[in-house]
Design a protein around this ligand. Sequence first.
Ligand code: SOE
Length: 390
Amino acid sequence: MVGYAFMGAAHSQGWRTAGRVFDLPVQPVMAAICGRDPDAVRGAADRLGWGAAETDWRVLIARDDVQLVDICTPGDSHAEIAIAALEAGKHVLCEKPLANTVAEAEAMVAAAERARARGQLAMVGFNYRRTPAIALARRMVAQGRLGTLRHVRVSYLQDWIVDPEFPLVWRLRKEQAGSGALGDLGSHIVDLAQYLSGEHLVGVSALTETFVRERPLPAGAVAGLSASAGGDSGGGVPRGRVTVDDAALFTGRLASGALASFEATRFAAGRKNALSIELNGDRGSLAFDLERLNELHFHDHTEPASSAGFRRILATEPDHPYLEAWWPPGHGLGYEHTFVHQAADAMRSIASGALPEPSFADGLQVQRVLAAVEESAEKNSVYTPVTPLP
Ligand code: SOE
C-alpha cells in the first residue's frame, strides 16, 4: 500500500479482515506499506499490521513479495504510481477519484487494458458500492422492481471546512486534489447514480462555488479531516488561496432519459458524512441514507394505494449481498465493512480473472462527468455533454 493516512487506515482494515471473514480463493498478505517519512511509515506499518515499511514507492513496487499495489495517496500521484505498478506486472487498486484529470485517467485505462491482457487487475475504490443495502438496491433495480427509471436524486453532505479558519489542507489545493467537494464527494455519488441505475450520464448542467477563498496554512502533516492552522509567531498565520470548489450542484440526464440531481458540499453544517440516494421508477422507489446504512427503504407502486408506502428492509439477512459471511440476521455492519468487501472482491477478481467492478474504465467515465460538470459551471450552467466511453 502507498499512503497510510485516513484512507490507508480504512483500506488496511479491509485487507486485515477480508480473509478472516470471507472464504476467499486467494488470501491477502500485507507485505509492505510506503510513505515518505521513515518514522511515520514505520509507526503506520506497526499500527496497521504491515510486514515492512518503505519510503520510496518505486522500491515498493519492485519488491518480489508485492503482487498488488493499493494506492491511497492524494490524486496527483495516482496516475504515475498506477501506471508504473501495472507495467511492473502488479495488480492495482486505486482510491477514488481515479485521477485528477481526464487525460491521466485515459492513460491509466490504457495501461489497465495492456495489463488485463496479462491477467492483471485494475480496480478503483468506490467503496460505497459495497454497502450491503446499496448492493441490494442495485439487485432490485436490475430485477426490474422499479420499472422504468424516472429520477435519481443523490447528495453527499459534509461540514468539516465550514470554519473559515480551518487550514488549507491538501484536499483544498487543486494541484494535489484535482477538485474539491466535486471530486471527493461528487465522484462517489456520480458513481453510485450510474451503478444503481445501470446507465451512464450523457450530459450535465452545473453550479460550483468556493465560499472561503483564503485559509491559514496548516501546521505540519495532516491526516483525515481534522487539522490546525500553523503557529503564530507574532506576524499572523500565513494564508494561502483555496483553489478548489467547496460545493458542487448539478443536474444530469441519464442515457434512458431519466433525470438526476446531485449535491456535493463540505459546507452543510451538522452533516458529517451524509450520503443519501433516492430512485423513482414507474413501478416503485428506493431510498438509502448512509447515516442508517443497514436500511433500505422500498415503495412498491404496484401495490394497492390503500396499503402501499415506503417500508424498511433491514439489509442484514444472510441472502443479502456480503451478509453470508457476517453476523447472525439483524446484526448490522458499518462504514469499515465496505473496505473489507472491497478487499474480498479484489481477491475474487484476481482469482477468477473477471473484470473487476468498478474498473479503471468506470473510473474514467466518472472523471468525464466531473470534467463536464466543471466545464458547465464555468459556462454558467450551460448543458454540457459527457464524452462517452468508446
Ligand atoms: C473526505 O471527504 C472523505 O474521506 C472522502 O475522501 C471519502 O471518499 C469518503 O468516504 C469520506 O469522506
